[in-house]
Design a protein around this ligand. Structure first.
Ligand code: 2P0
Length: 326
């Protein structure tokens, strides 16, 4: 019996991954940059067992249905094929999120599973190899191998597409991200379907590709210079441009809700009052606000005019993936 367990933390992209060049290998159309956070993480154990007659996937104590289990099986197949292994596995995963707010993330989940497989089968993967493996499960998972800032270099093959940590002299420890939960609902368009539809049909997608690599360079420069406003401005602009592409998809869609716009408005009014903070959004209506730690409580007070305490969840920079002894 081969067993292993790992913990991985979620990450939020400041420069977004949006679109695949190769859907099978999950090679992205553009490079991206993220901040790994401490507030949400997944712990996953895997046990390859000769007594099993099929793969089993348990999430938060609940045995998952065939659809969810198939996703996990596909990932396990990659590992099994590579290792010439013919054993089924039990995958037991626990998501740690502050509330049941639909923030469970495929990034932390698939990164933790990759780490658990690495341990269970003694693959002895380097961090870059682990990042490549996690990428095959979910693109953004390749960034969750690393703590703090990470850059996913798009590459052009399985070998060359992986994330790496960005040296930052611990600047990320001065930063915070405030999550504003505006909706618990299930998303209409998954990120996987949303980016596919956008690449295939949005007339704005070419504009995204024309600008995103420059945004990435600006973000890296801002990190090197520890320039908060520069990083925040490019984060906000890049996120808006990503969401802009969805409006020109066929059929069009958006992840924004009226409440998301309310948060954007409050972020802008906070800035007008001299509080530096910048928003970003992913494939759902919740808004994440990048702010310096020293200004977090002022920002929370500003948002408290419209949102309850329960809707505001703070996060700080988080660590890299970790093994958990069984
Ligand atoms: C990101 N997102 O960079 C972007 C921004 C959502 C918006 O990565 O299909 O779950 O598994 O590779 O990584 C979410 O998509 O997609 C995502 P797959 P993934 O964080």
């Amino acid at each position: 019996m081969y067993t292993g367990k790992a913990r991985a933390y979620t990450n939020i992209a400041l420069i977004k991954y949006w679109g695949k060049k190769d859907e099978h290998l999950i090679i992205p159309m553009n490079s991206s940059l993220s901040l790994t956070l401490d507030a949400f993480y997944t712990e996953t154990s895997v046990q390859f067992d000769e007594n099993l007659t099929e793969d089993l996937f348990v999430l938060d104590g609940q045995k998952q249905d065939t659809k969810q289990t198939t996703k996990i099986s596909k990932f396990l197949d990659l590992v099994r094929k590579e290792q010439n292994l013919a054993l089924f596995a039990k995958v037991d995963s626990q998501n740690y999120v502050p509330t049941a707010a639909g923030l469970a993330s495929s990034a932390s989940g698939l990164a933790a599973l990759a780490g658990a497989c690495n341990e269970a089968l003694d693959l002895q993967l380097t961090e870059i190899e682990l990042s490549r493996l996690a990428r095959r499960g979910s693109g953004s998972a390749c960034r969750s191998i690393f703590g703090g800032f990470a850059e996913w270099q798009k590459g052009d093959s399985d070998q060359t597409s992986f994330a790496q940590g960005i040296p930052s002299d611990h600047w990320e420890d001065e930063l915070a991200m405030l999550f504003v939960l505006v909706d618990d609902g299930v998303k209409d368009v998954s990120s996987r379907d949303g980016m596919k539809r956008t690449v295939e049909s949005s007339s704005f997608y070419s504009g995204w590709l024309e600008t995103v690599e420059a945004d990435l360079a600006t973000a890296k420069q801002a990190i090197a210079e520890k320039d908060f406003n520069k990083l925040g401005e490019v984060t906000e602009a890049n996120g808006l441009r990503m969401h802009g592409t969805t409006l020109a998809a066929v059929p069009p869609f958006t992840y924004w809700s009226p409440e998301s716009l309310k948060v954007m408005q409050l972020v802008r009014s906070a800035r007008q009052q001299g509080l530096p903070c910048y928003f970003t959004m992913d494939a759902g209506p919740n808004v994440k606000i990048l702010v310096e730690k020293k200004n977090l409580s002022t920002l929370k007070n500003h948002l408290a005019t419209h949102f309850s305490k329960k809707q505001l969840i703070e996060a700080y920079a988080g660590p890299k993936i970790a093994l958990i002894p069984l």
